[in-house]
Design a protein around this ligand. Sequence first.
Ligand SMILES: *Cc1c(COP(=O)(O)O)cnc(C)c1O
Length: 415
Amino acid sequence: MAEVAIFPQLEIPDTIAAGPGPGNTDARVLKRFASAGMADHMQADVLRGMIESKLMLREVMGTKNVHTFGVAGTGWSGLDCLFSAVMPGDKVVVFANGTFSGIDGLTLRMKAATAEELAANPMDPQPASVQIVAVPHGQSVTAETIEAALAEHKPKWAAMAHWETGSGRINDLRGFSDACERHGVMGLIDAVSSLGVEDFRIDDYPGVAGWASCPQKGICCLPLTYAPVSFTDRYIDNLRKTGCRTFVHHPILEARHWGIIDGRDVEKGTYHRTHSAYAVAAFHEALRITLQQTVAGRARAYAFHEAALRDAVEAMGCKVTSNMTSLVVLNLPEKLAGREAELVQACRAAGFGIWPTLSEPVQVRIGILNLLNQNAITDIVTRFAAAMRKMGADIDMGRVNDRLEQHYQTMVAAE
Ligand SMILES: *Cc1c(COP(=O)(O)O)cnc(C)c1O
């Protein structure tokens, strides 16, 4: 028998998460994660932590929706729960303007496909009941586009990414919600990138029936802890009538462990699946941080620091095409055009975790999740400039630093 290799202990270095996500897990979150004791998923403090997290999450999301809780996993886990009520043959309109809304579209095509449609193309079904409205990379989904599509197709469901992280574009949530209301459509929003970064309250968007986010972007928790979701009573009433084909991600069943039973808060959750004390402790702390800093305060900080980063990379000759405040998506100067992947690779190899776009066209993405201070932004700018210069770019570092310095002095002056 061949000998089984036991590999050396796995060491993973600390890198700067300067991409679209995951973000830099807050040190307070890591501390709670590592300090949680061994306790099972029905232990009193774990259950209490889940109830408290549920209540804090409602505050963070700005909602009175009783069905507001965390789905174990990452963004796609929350989105799978969100899309679970979509049944084969349901009419759906999906607005896609980049990588992630594209995958939302694929998920919805899988869920809405009839058995025959799924068998005809199992990995990429093309159900007749789903319309994908494609908006070019680099552009936002506008109210006009949404209105036209919903008026034409009159679907049961419509789905859109609030912030499309693939291209760094903000889509028109107000336009989406209003159009859903006008046409009696249940809106589903992928808020994976916007929750905890933009200042918005989901209850201000009554056309949206369900929301899903992720742990590790704006909420600054660890991946594989909890993806926030929230459902209106309308969504839940519909689900009660149709049912859905999942146990684990069933919004009504999954809510039970968070102490939501028969549409009401109860004192103590009941078993749905095994939860972990460390994940609950981490999520709980991440929500406390968000509420202490306030959603509005964090949103202001993101806008301010993104403007500093944007200004600095523009001073280096890059062209920014995004409008999100947690991320800049840019084209390199003419001289380096076509070498985006090479530049990103060189940065990543040095522990500076920036990203390329994941679908065409190839651009560079630099994110600032939980990097909201002058030192962190200056470090990003310095590293990025050094990498560009190594590839032959002419950068006037004096000018770049002056712009950064100026930007941060205005903040000091404003305080
Ligand atoms: C990151 C992201 C996802 C996927 O989330 P995971 O945490 O990787 O599962 C989905 N949608 C959007 C808009 C995202 O930014």
